[in-house]
Design a protein around this ligand. Structure first.
Ligand SMILES: Cc1cc2nc3c(=O)[nH]c(=O)nc-3n(C[C@H](O)[C@H](O)[C@H](O)COP(=O)(O)O)c2cc1C
Length: 116
């Protein structure tokens, strides 16, 4: 299933000017998408309709200066960098997290993966 998601991302995102990273652990996906606002809105609408997952939640939306993943159509995290457990997530840790805490796993990933 992950391979199918990544293949759509790598096909569509360069066309749409989108870059980002997808962290996958157990049944949790945490994704950072960056690019032009209209393209992101269109992608987010497609993802919300995708029945390969449920309970899509927008945790943070902001104007960014530089991209964290300028060279990645969609980086996938092979050594999952989430510090939150499934229990933490069920207990609402993501909704309680600050913007800096939400960004942190992606900032680490970005530093470790400058290019494909
Ligand atoms: C967790 C998750 C992340 C996804 N990320 C992307 C993405 O970055 N780019 C993308 O085009 N589709 C992504 N998809 C797939 C879209 O929901 C949708 O199936 C796809 O964009 C349709 O593209 P197509 O019309 O070219 O088949 C994602 C799906 C899931 C479940």
């Amino acid at each position: 299933m992950l391979a199918g998601i990544l293949s759509a991302a790598r096909r569509n995102n360069p066309r749409d000017g989108i870059t980002g990273a997808l962290v996958c652990r157990q049944d949790l996906y945490l994704q950072l998408i960056e690019g032009p606002a209209e393209a992101i809105d269109a992608l987010y609408a497609r993802i919300c309709e995708d029945d390969r997952h449920a309970n899509v939640e927008l945790l943070l939306s902001e104007d960014m200066g530089e991209r964290l993943f300028p060279n990645w159509a969609m980086l996938d995290d092979t050594a999952p960098s989430l510090t939150w457990s499934a229990q933490d997530v069920a207990a609402g840790v993501l909704e309680a997290a600050s913007p800096d805490e939400l960004r942190a796993p992606f900032v680490r990933l970005s530093a470790a993966n400058p290019g494909p």
